[in-house]
Design a protein around this ligand. Structure first.
Ligand SMILES: Nc1ncnc2c1ncn2[C@@H]1O[C@H](COP(=O)(O)OP(=O)(O)OP(=O)(O)O)[C@@H](O)[C@H]1O
Ligand SMILES: [Mg+2]
Length: 367
């Protein structure tokens, strides 16, 4: 049999070439189910974010992979071996939490070297490794400092260097940036992403910040009530949410109740809307449309073109959010996000009517 080629980074892994394979994990705390048959396949070198509301099970999943919680059911495989029942120290990962968790009484160098003690390394090799790691995180020359002499962002870099120093095959991050201010956080997001790619280290990161997940991930797993609702690329999560929960949780959403009229048409109250043909026909439910998909400068012959009144406008810096009321749907608000350029092309819209269109390709139907 020919040797299989290794999976390139950023390529979605199938079950056969996954580096980390989580199969049907169930975890209960008493009567409460924290993880409800979770399965996830992560490719070698892939960066995956676990994103979801508070209490959905993100930390529990990470801790289970780390061996800090014991699953009730299911198994975890890394590098082709079953690690489900191994103690944490035998699982070969680096881990980083929200709190920096550096040893305050150890120097930066001693902190970074901490994980190396278990490796068979000479003193000189260890020193070299520490120097290299500090250079890589932009803290060269800080060996002798103590954590208390560093800023929060610097401490978290040291904690990252400590996690990476033993060259683990897996990196587990639990909201590592959430204690930092916005600017430092954005900088470190890119930094972690760069290091993660450079090391080609398979990484699972927990966050509840959707922008962070979008910026950093190859793929995102959206979690809700102990389940994975969708596991997909950031672009597909945003543009093709698989469930109403995902559509609502990521980005902003307009929802309208609809009834099917024909294969390509649905009604929303008195409105008739053309929709794209679907794989699975939904007869009634809720129709979803992103605010930026609303066309406020529609062509005369545009499909789904309606007259609307501008009820309110909010300036958001890089765009306007217009609150619209369609003439035929009184009392129901529709959000439209409009770039400053497009906004400048509109007439004075306050208290006036304008045409808008809901492009077919941007309408998603959920039962
Ligand atoms: N040791 C425990 N004993 C009992 N319940 C627990 C325990 N650990 C977690 N839970 C419960 O399991 C659920 C999931 O917790 P978890 O910490 O995984 O959530 P999370 O998604 O990480 O949330 P957050 O974003 O707030 O960190 C929560 O309802 C929590 O109360
Ligand atoms: Mg958590």
């Amino acid at each position: 049999m020919p040797t299989p080629l290794s999976t390139p980074a950023n390529v979605a892994a199938s079950s056969s070439d996954a580096f980390l394979s989580i199969r049907n994990i169930r975890k209960r705390f008493g009567a409460f189910t924290a993880l409800d048959h979770v399965s996830l396949e992560v490719g070698k070198g892939e960066m995956v974010c676990l994103l979801g509301p508070s209490g959905c099970g993100k930390t529990t999943l990470l801790r289970t992979i780390a061996g800090l919680e014991k699953q009730d059911d299911g198994s975890i495989h890394a590098h082709g071996r079953d690690i489900s029942h191994l103690p944490p120290q035998s699982r070969d990962y680096g881990i980083l939490f929200q709190s920096y968790a550096l040893f305050p009484n150890l120097t930066v160098a001693q902190n970074v070297a901490y994980g190396l003690n278990a490796r068979r390394m000479t003193r000189a090799q260890m020193q070299q490794r520490v120097t290299d790691m500090l250079a890589m995180i932009g803290l060269a020359g800080s060996e002798k400092k103590y954590p208390g002499q560093l800023s929060g962002g610097q401490q978290q870099r040291v904690a990252l260097a400590r996690a990476l120093a033993p060259s683990p095959s897996l990196l587990l991050l639990d909201e590592p940036l959430s204690a930092l201010d916005a600017q430092v956080r954005e900088h470190l997001q890119l930094e972690i992403r760069r290091l993660q790619k450079e090391f080609n280290i398979t990484t699972l990161m927990v966050t509840h910040d959707q922008e962070e997940a979008m910026v950093m991930s190859d793929r995102i797993a959206i979690m809700h009530h102990g389940r994975i609702e969708q596991f997909d690329t950031p672009d597909r999560i945003y543009r093709h949410p698989a469930t109403p929960f995902v559509a609502d949780f990521v980005g902003q959403a307009n929802w309208l109740p609809f009834q099917r009229v024909s294969e390509r048409q649905v009604s929303v109250g008195p409105l008739m809307l053309s929709v794209e043909q679907e794989k699975q026909k939904v007869d009634s439910g809720r129709l979803f449309c992103r605010p930026e998909a609303v066309d406020v400068l529609p062509a005369v012959d545009a499909a789904n073109r309606f007259s609307a009144r501008v009820v309110d406008q909010i300036y958001l810096g890089n765009r306007y959010r217009m609150m619209l009321e369609l003439d035929e749907l009184p009392g129901r608000r529709l959000m439209a996000d409009v770039s400053n350029d497009v906004r400048a092309q509109l007439p004075d819209v306050s208290a006036q009517r304008m045409w808008i269109a809901l492009p077919q390709h941007s309408l998603h139907l959920f039962a």
